[in-house]
Design a protein around this ligand. Structure first.
Ligand code: URQ
Ligand code: ZN
Ligand code: ZN
Length: 487
């Protein structure tokens, strides 16, 4: 089955150039000018449009059981909404209950994901520690293509882990050549402030940001970076929402530490005023963690993306409808945390990034696809338009506009945090492994067509081997143990 994407401008992370793209059996087989269409090939007219690698969203939670309920978006509807917006792969999460086998949770979540319409992979969360957890991390990396492990420093009493677990898990991941990712909020501080808000009679959604001030994220980001630094382990901070965390990442990177930062499309354009909306349901619909912030944090996040201090964008797509959010009607701490974004991330970033002059089209590809593929070790299979890559392609119409609304989105949720935003730039056609799954507003996804994407562990350079040898000079000065980085 051949498909020829003709007449467009290919945009990769490194350059843009006029070329046709020929795909066969799910892969890109040729990129060049005036390509011949094989007999029977399907033709996609990309004239006057960009042809980019499909977006990769490294942070979603399809059908997540959380806070006493289950997210309404499942792997089929969520990946379908994704391709409608130009995203062709997700990295979702396996989140074991504390004391639950990681492998058992992995198998259960893999079962849910069989219905996916586009490709997917999983970060596996370490929510407790034992020799068994360490052993299963090894099995997951060796036999199941997992190269990233997630850690929640928030959600006390549920999935929060302490510094001891971080040290054990980061160290184990380093030995395995896997990357650790972190939800960086000080969960003890959140718990303390939540109690304080309720004691003060603040029970509405406005209490949510008050119980998670920016310092709560800044401190946790610093701590996660320090712990990783002690071990010489790389670390990836998810949903960075504050100036403080952005600066912590920038300082660490400037010192040569391998730290990555991820930004949600939502945090770039929505601010904390949403929590003061007199409409309770609307304010509650915006309850997610970390919360939306004062506008000046958005400037820091954009600066982080433009400067390269922050590398990826995501959505933390985690959907709860009004009746579910209403569980917190009298107590904001019971509002299920999460918002949607997978269908709108690419348009929101194009409109506010490229449309505003902050980003070039190539930089847009970097932060929506290529950087994620490289960090999670699936490049150049994903994240680039070149022969041999999977034919995950979005034909991007930079001149078309649309108004975002829950009334028209394909996401299985009754609220859209970007409601009413007019955006310029949208996915005109989307190919998932060479199949046209979205074209001119027609969604053609097939349940179960998505495939699990193995992500191999990293080579040695991530392993900083610290030699413990006390070196003394005649002056008796003890030098720092030499740190050897394997070639
Ligand atoms: O914290 C997360 O990333 C999950 C539980 C989704 N919810 C949220 O508010 N971000
Ligand atoms: Zn999180
Ligand atoms: Zn999340």
């Amino acid at each position: 089955m051949s498909i020829l994407v003709r007449g467009g401008t290919v945009v990769n992370a490194d350059r843009s150039f006029r070329a046709d793209v020929l795909c066969e059996d799910g892969r890109i087989v040729a990129v060049g000018e005036n390509l011949e269409a094989p007999a029977g090939a399907e033709i996609v007219d990309a004239g006057g449009m960009y042809v980019m690698p499909g977006g990769i969203d490294p942070h979603t939670h399809m059908e997540l059981p959380f806070m006493g309920t289950v997210a309404t978006e499942d792997f089929f509807t969520g990946t379908s909404a994704g391709v409608a917006g130009g995203t062709t792969m997700i990295i979702d999460f396996v989140i074991p209950n504390p004391q639950q086998s990681l492998l058992e949770a992995y198998r259960t979540t893999m079962g849910w994901a069989e219905k996916a319409a586009a490709d997917y992979s999983f970060h596996v969360a370490v929510t407790w520690w034992s020799d068994k957890v360490a052993e299963e991390m090894g099995v997951l990396t060796r036999d199941h293509g997992v190269n990233s492990f997630k850690h929640f420093m928030a959600y006390k009493g549920a999935i929060m882990v302490d510094d001891g677990v971080l040290l054990n898990s980061f160290g184990r991941a380093l030995d395995l050549g896997a990357l650790c990712t972190v939800h960086a909020e000080n969960g003890e501080a959140v718990f303390h402030l939540q109690k304080k808000m309720l004691e003060m009679g603040i029970t509405g959604p406005e209490g949510h940001p008050l119980s998670r001030p920016p310092q709560v994220e800044g401190e946790a980001a610093e701590r996660a970076i320090s712990i990783a630094g002690v071990l010489g382990a790389p670390v990836y901070i998810v949903h960075v929402s504050t100036e403080q965390a952005t600066e912590a990442i920038a300082r660490a990177r400037a010192s040569g530490q391998r730290v990555y930062g991820e930004v949600l499309a939502q945090h770039l354009v929505i601010d904390e005023s949403v929590y003061r909306n007199p409409d309770w349901a609307s304010a509650a619909a915006h309850v997610m963690s970390p919360p939306f912030r004062a506008k000046h944090h958005q400037d820091a996040l954009w600066a982080g993306l433009v400067s390269g201090q922050l590398q990826t964008t995501a959505t933390d797509h985690c959907c709860f409808c009004a009746p579910q959010k209403a569980a917190g009607k009298d107590n904001f701490t019971r509002i299920p945390n999460g918002t949607a974004g997978i269908e709108d991330r690419m348009s929101v970033l194009w409109h506010n990034g490229v449309g505003s002059g902050r980003l070039t089209p190539s930089e847009f590809v970097r932060i929506t696809s290529a950087n994620c593929a490289q960090i999670f070790n699936i490049y150049p299979r994903k994240g680039v338009i070149q022969p041999g890559a999977d034919a995950d392609i979005v034909v991007w119409d930079a001149e078309a506009t649309r108004t975002i609304s829950a009334k028209t989105h394909h996401q299985n949720v009754d609220f859209n945090v970007f409601e009413g935003m007019e955006v310029k730039g949208l996915a005109r056609h989307t190919l998932s492994r060479g199949k046209l799954v979205w074209t001119d507003g027609d969604l053609r996804t097939v349940r179960g067509a998505g495939r699990y994407v193995d992500r191999p562990c990293y080579p040695a350079p991530f392993k900083a081997i610290e030699r413990r040898n006390e070196l003394t000079r005649p002056t008796g000065v003890v030098r720092e143990p030499a740190v050897e980085v394997t070639p």
